[in-house]
Ligand binder design. Structure first.
Ligand SMILES: *Cc1c(COP(=O)(O)O)cnc(C)c1O
Length: 485
């Protein structure tokens, strides 16, 4: 007589037999034989391991349907894309961790074409010989900024690195102490300068730097002057910084270029759209700056890229730095960037066609109306476990753009009654993250806040609310409270 566990182990069919089942063949048609064989093997191993651990009922058989279901679930889990869409309800329009700018349809279509067809990436169609990849966007960039020439690299950090490494290798570059910034994700001006092989010369103080500070720092070893837009913080009170035109005049008297890292660098005047002013590359170049660097995926609303615009003489030198090859962008980035820059040629339409600008200019009343429209559905998804209300909030532009300026918005705030409100709010946030399209909000004052400024695909948002599972989190909390009493 076999004991029940041994009998049950015997009842498990062989891997080969299982792979011949009709339902398993259906899985193989969908996922391929390799993955299905791996999944079936793993499920069999799990089954055998479980038999060793738990007591087994006499005559426990092998359940084919259950086995197939477990395989299907495993395959679905393991093949789900790692990079997935989410709802950005954080209130930060350009959220670096959520992929910054969303791109317009025109850009998505251009990328799809460049991915699936051969393209004239580095090929001159007129002459039939080798071309330069940046030419596809250079004419737009020069037109939109007034620059003589333009280059594109992987991101703005790379742009700053390449400019400094080309123009000031083993030489000195004076920078104001008020501009030695750190941008999230470990971009620090002093570190990037050191890695670029440049000797940083700090001038002035944290809050005040004058023209004479720069003048006093200039020596025969000076290769350039540099200005950095303090994009993610503001110094207020007793402050002084040198305007670009005066700094440019000083640099040119000493025959060195002035470099300006603008960070976001918007191509149009945001005040025309009712938003706070953000410095533009055009203004910087008009003031006499020789080289301006800025990001492609911040306010510009395009793909990740670093844009270098300015005087031809310097841009040509930067173009021939061997590191340009290491930092260059691929055809997908160029396709997207060209499509986005093209939209800037029509500023009247920009507000509707460029998602970043569309989000930033959404009227608060429209967001509030959306919040009120969605509130009943959210409330019913909470099934009485938590409450929801519409609250006024402030959205952020994000990615270091316009740090002090917040835009009025509305949110749905979800909170559960209890003493540990922040822990409960974290639990609610976790539940929203497990939805098929995870909803990312923020926690504030013991509530989970969903700022609706960037909510598109409202139907998809509503359709999945029914799958929200708050019970586990909130039951665990009430259990914990009972135990405490
Ligand atoms: C954001 C920013 C950078 C880095 O740009 P990335 O495109 O993220 O590499 C550099 N300098 C300033 C001033 C910035 O705001």
């Amino acid at each position: 007589m076999l004991n029940p566990a041994a009998a049950a182990r015997r009842a498990i069919p062989s891997l080969d037999r299982l792979l011949q089942l009709g339902a398993v063949a259906e899985l193989a048609a969908r996922y391929g034989r390799t993955l299905v064989t791996e999944a079936a093997r793993a499920e069999l191993a799990a089954l055998r391991a479980a038999l060793g651990r738990r007591p087994v009922a006499p005559h426990a058989g092998f359940e084919e349907a259950r086995f197939v279901q477990a395989c299907a679930a495993r395959l679905a889990r393991e093949t789900r894309p790692s990079l997935r869409p989410v709802f950005n309800l954080t209130g930060t329009v350009l959220h670096t961790n959520l992929g910054r700018a969303l791109m317009p349809q025109e850009a998505a279509q251009a990328v799809a074409r460049a991915m699936t067809r051969p393209v004239n990436l580095e090929f001159e169609l007129d002459e039939g010989d080798r071309g330069e990849r940046d030419r596809h966007v250079e004419r737009w960039l020069t037109r939109l900024t007034g620059a003589e020439a333009a280059l594109v690299v992987n991101n703005n950090a790379a742009a700053v690195y390449l400019v400094l490494n080309t123009l000031a290798l083993k030489k000195e570059v004076p920078v104001s102490r008020g501009e030695l910034i750190e941008i999230g994700g470990a971009f620090r001006i002093p570190d990037i300068m050191a890695r670029a092989g440049v000797r940083m010369v700090e001038v002035g103080t944290t809050n005040r730097t004058h023209l004479k500070d720069y003048a006093g720092a200039i020596s025969p070893r000076t290769a350039a002057l540099m200005k950095v837009h303090t994009s993610n913080y503001a110094i207020q009170g007793f402050t002084a910084a040198v305007p670009e035109d005066r700094l440019a005049a000083l640099a040119h008297r000493h025959k060195v270029p002035l470099i300006s890292d603008l960070g976001s660098g918007m191509l149009v005047n945001l005040e025309d759209y009712g938003l706070p002013h953000e410095p533009t590359p055009r203004e910087a170049l008009a003031a006499g700056v020789d080289i301006v660097t800025f990001s492609g995926d911040k306010l510009l609303g395009g793909p990740q890229a670093g844009l270098i615009v300015g005087r031809l003489k310097w841009v040509e030198r930067i173009r021939t730095n061997p590191m340009k090859r290491a930092l260059r962008v691929d055809k997908m980035t160029l396709a997207a960037l060209e499509a986005v820059l093209r939209l800037y040629a029509d500023p009247e339409r920009l507000k509707t066609v460029l998602p970043t600008l569309r989000f930033l200019t959404r009227p608060p009343a429209e967001i509030e109306a959306q919040a009120r429209r969605l509130l009943p559905a959210v409330e019913s998804a909470l099934r009485g476990k938590a409450g929801a209300e519409v609250v006024p909030v402030k959205s952020q532009i994000g990615s270091g753009s316009l740090p002090v300026d917040l835009v009025a918005s509305h949110a749905i705030a979800v909170a559960a009654p209890g003493r540990r409100r922040n822990a409960l709010a974290a639990g609610i946030a976790a539940a929203f993250r497990t939805l098929p399209v995870p909803v990312i909000g923020r926690i504030s004052d013991g509530a989970f806040i969903m700022d609706l400024r960037c909510l598109e695909h409202e139907d998809e948002f509503l359709a999945q609310l029914g799958e929200l599972k708050l019970d586990k989190i909130l039951d665990a909390e009430s259990q914990r409270r009972k135990e405490e009493q």
